[in-house]
Design a protein around this ligand. Structure first.
Ligand SMILES: Cc1cc2nc3c(=O)[nH]c(=O)nc-3n(C[C@H](O)[C@H](O)[C@H](O)COP(=O)(O)O)c2cc1C
Length: 216
């Protein structure tokens, strides 16, 4: 049966109305995004700055770490942004993010390493580990994560949790989470060692004058 002219008119009207509603909603979303994007970006910058400061001792740097960055490539080809901590021109250390694979998913952390390859601090910034089990990696729940400060590739000799013959404590009933963090931090130290020259900006004129070499 052929639709009547009135039915066709109704269908056209509904299609056009729907199109208009979709367009209006898209425009409203776009304008809301434009209005909130700067505030979101600013909040993200503040969060990054806070986590950078958390893994460095007070007075360690006098530069703006947020905007003093260098890109390096990880072993799996990912680009990683490291923040340089300087006193004058001399790079005293770097802060960069690392990622481990925990029980509940990715564990994102940030770590600071001084120019001698010693860890200045590590903090977990995001994770989905089980509350009461794996979440002891958070500094505000347990001091465990503070135990990385001062460690380097050579110290301890075996980077593992005690259950695997290493020196880092695991948690009662939760070995997967601390094992993942230990592995990620160790990987971060290897990354630092592999890119030390670039990270410490050793070809920069200021640092050349300081007589810095690539030797540890
Ligand atoms: C519901 C549930 C949640 C768990 N959450 C965690 C967790 O967040 N982190 C963790 O290390 N283990 C967690 N476990 C325990 C692990 O399955 C595992 O038994 C434990 O990490 C010991 O690992 P291991 O056998 O390698 O020593 C959880 C287990 C269950 C049943």
């Amino acid at each position: 049966m052929k639709p009547s002219a009135a039915t066709l008119d109704t269908l056209w009207f509904q299609a056009l109305s729907l199109g208009a509603i979709v367009l209006a909603a898209s425009a409203a979303l776009a304008s809301a995004y434009r209005a909130t994007a700067p505030a979101i970006a600013e909040a993200a910058q503040r969060a990054t700055a806070a986590s950078l400061a958390e893994v460095l001792p007070a007075g360690f740097a006098d530069n703006d770490l947020l905007h003093d960055t260098v890109e390096i490539l990880t072993v799996d080809g990912r680009s990683l942004t490291a923040h340089r901590a300087r006193k004058g021109a001399l790079v005293q250390g770097v802060v960069f993010p690392m990622r481990g694979k925990g029980y509940g998913g990715a564990i994102e952390l940030v770590m600071g390493v001084d120019r001698d390859g010693r860890i200045t601090g590590v903090r977990v910034i995001r994770h989905t580990e089980t509350p009461g089990l794996g979440d002891k990696i958070e500094a505000n729940r347990n001091p465990w994560i503070l135990g990385f400060a001062g460690k380097s590739l050579a110290d301890p000799a075996h980077w593992a949790v005690k259950k695997d013959g290493g020196e880092f404590d695991q948690f009662a009933g939760a070995t997967i989470t601390p094992r993942a963090v230990v592995a990620a931090v160790h990987e971060g130290l290897e990354l630092f060692a592999a890119h030390r020259g670039a990270l410490l900006d050793e070809t920069a004129p200021g640092n050349e004058q300081a007589g810095i070499t690539n030797e540890p």
